[in-house]
Design a protein around this ligand. Structure first.
Ligand code: S1T
Ligand code: MG
Length: 550
């Protein structure tokens, strides 16, 4: 039974786990948007103000669902405007499906350059080949179902973005439905051999440790990893990108590993391990740059990107889920394994914001939010790049989306809106004044979608994180913008906050007012940064100093 190609694609997205679509149309995409509107019962459509916002919102929704996020844009001006968010999703393993309208198959035959065209008609496809793990151009309805099935399987199995281009004259052509592909076959013997060796190494180790990263979340493996750690009786740490993982489990969690920028006791557990199993970890500078050479590769095993490195040899084609299931099948039953490890005490997150007339320091925001969550229940958090992200490290563990590796600014506000759409919950958004100037305006679309996030702007009139790296120079100075006043114009409610007492009051009032987005414009003096950022920058500087001078 054939249906219009556009409808076949929309049904396939929903069948592969998509829940909503974020998008901005254009003439090359209008025919597809007509079908999106008709299919709103299956996949609600949320239009935003700017394509970077669309990309970040779809990315955050994908992270929330641990499933497909969808970003739909027009050709050229739209899709090329979304390259940065999709590059971030690629780097941080977020399964976003990019759908771009495009000129009709024969439109270029007239020999005219087409509006929105870059160098050549396939320049956009080539650009997206660099930031996606699979691509398809739906210019033949016969091949389209198989192309869609392959690309959507790649998106799920690799947990990375994919690109689908749909020429506007193909949208309504009759097309057969998409049959989802079975999982890519895995060599069972390779999984068994790998699990045997990994377990033998852990058994031989005196200080075995698990380090868990972003893939554990992306593939929904948290409960299984918690069970594995408990049954093996091995301490677990999360990476910077994996922060929040296992927080609600009974697993022997020591905390977030951030090398020299993190808690020394966590650093000792990880760096002195003689059997470190890293599950779904990104080997990135933000995860390891502040320690790098302190983790001995001979003593480590890394399961990521559908392969497992053990010391200096690799087992290819072993997906993380298969390895974890094989380890669980071999692990001693509950209580039969090693005795539960003695864990270093975990300091409690800061609480008890003092409501006085003192100016606000980033740590006060952490304490204020922790108080608020204790009183009114936790909220999902979206953080941008800047000191707001490092301050979030001092907040109670709650679901967090943040650009912890690709580290692009502009993620925070639209990502928070993506979380609101995906979760149906009210998010807390943490963003610097610099990043807010990039994508904060997306808040203007909250009213039409019924979202009411609480937004905390760290207003230090500065690109402060950069100033911390390089204090001299005036290029990191920003103007003091009246964000609280601007909020009203964007359909929200604003609070000017310059003392701790005002912070405490504004957080409570904002939490109580769910009628529209709430924006706290928190004045912070330049040079006032979180302890975590100070340690992070100091560690990076030390790591970058020439070997002899460290
Ligand atoms: N442009 C984009 C899109 N992303 C970036 N990460 C940067 C530039 C570089 C950059 C940082 S941190 C930072 C910039 C400009 C300053 C952020 O300023 P703000 O949002 O006000 O936060 P805070 O004042 O707390 O630092 C990273 C290192 O690359
Ligand atoms: Mg700033």
């Amino acid at each position: 039974m054939t249906r219009p190609l556009a409808r076949v694609l929309i049904d396939a997205l929903a069948d592969h786990g998509a829940h909503e679509v974020f998008g901005i149309p254009g003439d090359f995409a209008l025919p597809f948007f007509r079908h999106l509107e008709r299919a709103a019962d299956r996949l609600p459509l949320y239009t935003l103000a700017h394509e970077p916002g669309v990309g970040f919102a779809a990315d955050a929704a994908a992270r929330w669902h641990a499933g497909l996020g969808v970003a739909c844009v027009t050709y050229g001006a739209g899709a090329l405007n979304m390259v940065n968010p999709i590059a971030g999703a690629f780097s941080e393993k977020s399964p976003v499906v990019v759908i771009s309208g495009a000129p009709g198959v024969n439109e270029s035959a007239r020999g005219l350059l087409l509006h929105h065209q870059a160098k050549t008609l396939d320049s956009q496809l080539r650009v997206y080949r660099e930031i996606t793990c699979d691509q398809a151009v739906l210019d033949d309805p016969q091949r389209a179902p198989a192309e869609i099935a392959r690309v959507l399987r790649s998106c799920r199995e690799q947990s990375r973005p994919v690109y689908i281009e749909i020429p506007r004259d193909q949208v309504d052509v009759p097309c057969a439905p998409v049959d989802p592909l079975p999982p890519t076959p895995v060599e069972a013997a390779a999984v068994d051999a790998c699990a045997d060796e990994v377990l033998a190494r852990l058994d031989r180790a005196d200080r075995p440790v698990l380090l868990v990263g972003v893939e554990v979340r992306r593939f929904g493996l948290e409960a299984r990893v918690a069970d594995l750690a408990t049954r093996l009786g091995i301490p677990v740490a999360t990476t910077f990108m994996g922060r929040g993982l296992l927080a609600e489990s009974a697993a022997p969690l020591v905390g977030t590993y951030m090398g020299l920028a993190g808690r020394p006791e966590v650093r000792t557990v990880v760096e002195e391990s003689d059997g470190l199993l890293m599950l779904g970890v990104l080997m990135s500078d933000t995860n390891f740059g502040v320690s790098g050479e302190r983790v001995d590769p001979r003593a480590t095993m890394l399961a990521a990107d559908r392969s497992v490195r053990v010391g200096f040899h690799v087992y290819p084609g072993v997906p993380l889920a298969d390895l974890i299931d094989a380890l669980l099948a071999r692990a001693p039953g509950p209580g039969a394994g090693r005795a539960a490890p003695v864990l270093p005490a975990q300091p409690d997150p800061p609480r008890g914001l003092i409501a006085d007339d003192a100016p606000v320091h980033p740590r006060d925001i952490a304490a204020g939010v922790n108080d608020l969550f204790a009183e009114t229940g936790p909220m999902p958090v979206a953080a941008d790049m800047g000191d707001c992200l490092f301050t979030a490290m001092d907040m109670v563990q709650t679901p967090l989306v943040a650009p912890g590796y690709y580290a692009t600014m502009g993620f925070g506000v639209p990502a928070g809106m993506g979380v609101a759409a995906a979760s149906g919950r009210r998010p807390l958004i943490l963003v610097g004044d610099g990043a807010f100037q990039m994508t904060g305006w997306e808040l203007a679309t909250c009213a039409r979608h019924g979202w009411a996030p609480i937004v905390v702007v760290f207003n230090n009139a500065s690109w402060e994180m950069l100033r911390t790296f390089q204090p001299e120079g005036r290029y990191n100075d920003l103007d003091v913008l009246p964000f609280a006043r601007l909020a009203a114009g964007l359909g929200g409610r604003g609070y000017s906050v310059s003392t701790r007492a005002e912070l405490a009051a504004a957080l409570r009032e904002a939490r109580a007012d769910t009628s529209r987005f709430q924006l706290l414009d928190v004045a912070i003096a330049r040079g006032e940064i979180s302890d975590t950022l100070a340690r992070f920058v100091a560690a990076i500087k030390q790591a970058n100093r020439p070997l002899g001078t460290r």
